[in-house]
Design a protein around this ligand. Sequence first.
Ligand code: UD1
Length: 350
Amino acid sequence: MKNTVIVTGGLGYIGSHTVVELLNANYDVVVADNLSNSSEKVIDGIHKITGKTIEFINLDIRDYFKLESLLGFYQLSTVGVIHFAACKSVGESMKEPSKYYDNNVTGTNNLLKAMKRYKADNLVFSSSCTVYGQADDLPVTEQTPQKPAESVYGRTKQICEQMIKDFHAEYNYNSVLLRYFNPIGAHESALIGELPNGTPDNLLPYVAQTASGKRELFTVFGDDYNTEDGTCVRDYLHVVDLAKAHVVAMEKSTEKNLKAEPINLGTGKGYSVKQVLEAFETENNIKVNTHYGNRRKGDVEAIYADPSYAFEILGWTTKYELKDMVKSVWKWELNLQNKTCSKNTCKCQK
Ligand code: UD1
């Protein structure tokens, strides 16, 4: 029986949480990751949580021949491919567009070619709500017209979705396009979480690192938006909820013969940057040294999901609330801090 799932970018933030859920669901997992924004140490965390082992291949998806041989090697046992490997920083994508087109677009094209070559069915694609651009009406449904994305990162996700759709003309496979809103939080064990290399780009890692003393100052990017408190609004969802959606999406994709089916994954609630910051401070009883700065290029003002289609087609809905998410972020940060802290700089009560 086919039981192997190939996960590109499986040691990254969302990838590692998804690998845990796949192992919990008794799949065999092969991770292909180039460690560009992850670490081999994540494998230990996955093992401690699940008691199971994975196959890890250090592989860059831009390397077509290596990717092709991986798919060839696991051809007979592969039940699906979950594709996370990509660069994901909105800000960086505006400064280094070629890096984004190369990793995200060329990498995805390589994967599609290799899947066709070895007749791998079933692709779960890690897309983003960024494909909607700044939508005119909120919440966004899968039918909301797509505006040009505000960032190069967003444009690469729009292009990849289109490639996956177009590829159905060449090759008959099943696929889903999971449009994530803003995943945050960490596994309850605090053994895996978001582990950005260098300075974080995303909101919660930056907030947590400022709270722990690793960063001096957290900057809110703009407080002059046309929102209730002037800061951007996003739909934050717990990464474990999101991870579970991948397992069920892969299974339903085959069961329902889905072809490039877009599915929003969010909670349906929008929170401003200020509200998230306040929740982090209140729930964890800690102050974050904050200042209000300029807008970040490429950011949209406000976006949140209509998640009803995810429930209808996958039977999936989120379980965790904002307070759970921000608490798990801090627990994970303290755990990291415990491994590396020096008494002068951190606040981890060690
Ligand atoms: C975008 C995508 C999201 C994707 C993510 C990957 C959109 C609408 N969302 O998230 O689907 O998963 O990229 O990285 O395109 N902020 C600060 N200060 C900081 C960092 C962030 O104020 O130091 C603010 C941002 O301006 C934004 C919010 O926090 O309003 C969230 O930012 P971030 O965590 O970077 O995610 P997005 O860019 O929204």
